[in-house]
Design a protein around this ligand. Structure first.
Ligand code: ADP
Ligand code: SF4
Length: 668
């Protein structure tokens, strides 16, 4: 399935190499991300693809070639964003089906003007040119984007965004006219040589939205319009929900029965990672093809593993949407489960094949959280003799704890996949219940040591709002997420839950505390709860859930002091103080890396050589606490860089710099 990756036009070779990996992994059809067809519609600051001029063709041709390298069909998703494109980069006046404010993730103070009849002819000509260029670039399939609220085809079809009174508005037949005309142009322009797929939303919410019933009417009326119906639920937030809010195959009810309305095949998505769920949907006649974006990111080799019956080797997506956050932040996507995602070209990492080991023989990994497990797995796969020592009684570190929190059970797959992979490796020794000291590490004498000892949550409110501890009366019980995950913390009464972390943890603990019978006062200096989860498409769901559960939300507030019966809150705008009574406090603020073992080894540097130690690295949360994806990446990097040549002061990855155009002479 088409999916953004935060690299887009800026990182063409990185994106092409990422998609070549999927080709190798056995996918039948591979699509680009959203490719904008004309400068009058673009979605900066988000980084997608452009097909605005002939000079955009070579980058896309590279990608098509990479996609087709192992026999897959290559598809390009063509988009015109209409009411969804603010044109912050091109500065063109946005054109939409009907006029109105641009509907993006940010309330950009920009409105679109309505397409008049001449504009519609222009737009159809731009699509025609894009079809020609797509064919020139070597693609086999064209996907017309009209899903997630993002594409002009949906904007024409939906009464919410189409208030026209001409032949393109009003009845469903009229609203269908534009897409019918564009499909006809596509067939004409490509001489029937390219497959045309139509990606539409299964259900758009709201009284005027293109409902599931109306979508079915549209498909019945236009049964053989595209060569493939590609159906995806509602908004992007609905379609790509996290595992906390959406089950696998969550779109089944919306898509069931659509196949009977059309002779054309139907493809759908649903964060499919279980071959049983996939086979069931095909056998029951719900879908003809299984579509996947995130499962193909987490495991580009998923089809090959299914084909070869290696089900236990599938690296299952955990549904965390960290990949989405790379696009939302315009950086570059990363994947919690597959640290090689978007590093295939930049670093030469592969999801399945590892470089053979270098001259050294032995590696010791201390700590079996996501960083330690990944480091151990990859180092062992490279051929080193690896010893993994874990202080606790189970492998997994933080995910062994967090998987027991409400809605986070899928996160356990980070540990399960790696534990399963290392178990049969003969060059891997794993020790539980083994808290190592510096003397232990020196006595073990491995040539390379990774200290992946994790982090602990702070108790003193220090994070972003407070850079120093706040005054706290010892009579008030103050807990951290570590206390609650270990089974401690409040079991009733009024609890102030202070969130200056802004990711998932505080809201998950709010659910836990409610389940324990507590009244929860959620205090955050942000203007909404779990603000960073905008980047994982969850914020709306989280805020709604907390309100539904009866959590009292205090935004733009932070505790300035904790006293014996509550806290003094300060307004982040005015500084005005107010009192909040509570029986206990839970601080979800920041974490401190457990680097004591690393520091102790540094203090004994003189003893390393005698012990046979050549390097000691601090990795993962122990070095700098961050989301789980940062830890698996750190583990992979440690294992990849064993015996690697020193890159000196150069960046640790390859970069691609766009070719320079000549600088014109100065104006008179
Ligand atoms: P990360 O996300 O960086 O992998 P985690 O907190 O998930 O970090 O995992 C760190 C792991 O290290 C925990 O399971 C913890 O029990 C273990 N650990 C901490 N100190 C030691 C030590 N001295 N010896 C062995 N294991 C340790
Ligand atoms: Fe799945 Fe998370 Fe990887 Fe995205 S980042 S593909 S949601 S595991």
């Amino acid at each position: 399935m088409p999916h953004c990756n935060g690299g887009g036009y800026r990182d063409p070779s990185a994106v092409a190499a990422m998609r070549r990996t999927k080709a190798e992994g056995g996918w039948g059809v591979i699509f680009t991300e959203q490719t904008e067809i004309h400068p009058t519609s673009e979605v900066a600051p988000y980084i997608e693809q452009h097909l605005w001029e002939d000079k955009d063709i070579p980058a896309l041709a590279n990608m098509a070639e990479a996609m087709k390298s192992c026999g897959a069909l290559a598809g390009i998703q063509l988009a015109y964003s209409g009411i969804n494109g603010p044109n912050l980069y091109t500065r063109e006046v946005p054109l939409a089906v009907s006029p109105g404010p641009i509907l993006t993730f940010h309330p950009d103070p920009v409105q679109a003007r309505a397409l008049d009849k001449d504009d519609i002819r222009d737009l159809q000509r731009w699509f025609r040119i894009a079809f020609r260029r797509s064919q020139q670039a070597g693609f086999d399939l064209i996907c017309l984007y009209g899903a997630h609220g993002f594409g002009i085809f949906q904007h024409f079809l939906s009464r919410a965004t189409n208030q026209r009174t001409d032949e393109y508005g009003g009845s469903l037949e009229n609203r269908s006219r534009f897409v019918r005309e564009v499909v006809e142009i596509a067939r004409e322009e490509t001489g029937g040589e390219m497959g045309i797929t139509l990606r539409l939303s299964l259900h758009e919410a709201g009284a005027l939205g293109l409902s599931n019933a109306e979508l079915r009417d549209f498909i019945a009326m236009n049964a053989d319009l595209p060569d493939l119906w590609d159906l995806a639920h509602g908004t992007w937030h609905d379609c790509s929900g996290t595992s906390r809010f959406k089950e696998e195959a969550a779109q089944e009810d919306l898509v069931r029965g659509i196949k009977a309305l059309t002779p054309r095949p139907v493809v759908g998505v649903g964060r499919f990672t279980s071959p049983d769920a996939m086979v069931r949907q095909v056998k029951q006649g719900i879908l003809d093809f299984i579509g996947a974006a995130r499962p193909s990111i987490a495991d580009p080799f998923l089809p090959k593993k299914v084909e070869e019956g290696r089900i236990e080797d599938i690296r299952e997506c955990i549904g965390c949407n960290i990949c989405v956050s790379g696009d939302m932040t315009g950086s570059i996507s990363r994947c919690t489960q597959n640290p090689s995602f978007m590093e295939e070209w930049r670093k030469g990492w592969h999801p399945e094949r590892m470089r053979p080991k270098g001259a050294s023989e032995t590696v010791l990994i201390v700590g079996a959280g996501p960083a330690g497990l990944e480091a151990a797995h990859i180092a062992a796969r490279r051929g080193y003799h690896v010893t993994l020592a874990e202080a606790g009684k189970v492998l997994g570190g933080r995910v062994a704890m967090e998987r027991r929190l409400p809605g986070l059970s899928a996160w356990g797959r980070v540990a399960d996949y790696r534990t399963g992979q290392i178990a049969p490796l003969p060059n891997m020794e794993t020790y539980l219940d083994s808290r190592l000291s510096a003397d232990d590490v020196l006595a073990m004498g491995a040539e390379h040591v990774a200290i992946a000892t994790g982090a602990v949550w702070r108790r003193d409110a220090v994070a972003r709002r407070h850079l120093a501890p706040i005054a706290t009366d010892a009579a008030m019980p103050v807990f951290t997420p570590d206390d609650l995950m270990a089974g401690g913390g409040p079991t009733g009464g009024r609890v102030m839950l202070y969130d200056d972390d802004h990711f998932y943890m505080a809201s998950v603990l709010a659910e836990l505390l409610i389940a324990r019978g507590c009244a929860v006062e959620f205090v955050t200096p942000a203007v909404k709860v779990a603000e960073w989860t905008e980047n994982t498409l969850e914020q709306h769901f989280i805020q709604a859930r907390l309100l539904d559960l009866g959590v009292t939300v205090h935004t733009s507030k932070a505790p300035e002091a904790i006293h014996d019966r509550g806290a003094t809150l300060g307004c982040t705008w005015t500084g005005r103080a107010s009192d909040l009574a509570c029986d206990a406090v839970v601080m979800v603020t920041s974490r401190i890396g457990n680097d004591a073992l690393f520091q102790a080894l540094q203090a004994h540097r003189g003893a390393w050589e005698g012990a046979g130690i050549r390097s000691v690295r601090l990795i993962g949360d122990a070095a700098a606490p961050a989301p789980i994806a940062w830890a698996t990446y750190a583990g992979r990097r440690f294992a990849e860089e064993l015996d690697a040549p020193d890159r000196g002061d150069a960046p640790a990855f390859r970069r691609e710099i766009a070719g320079l155009e000549p600088l014109p002479s100065l104006l008179p």
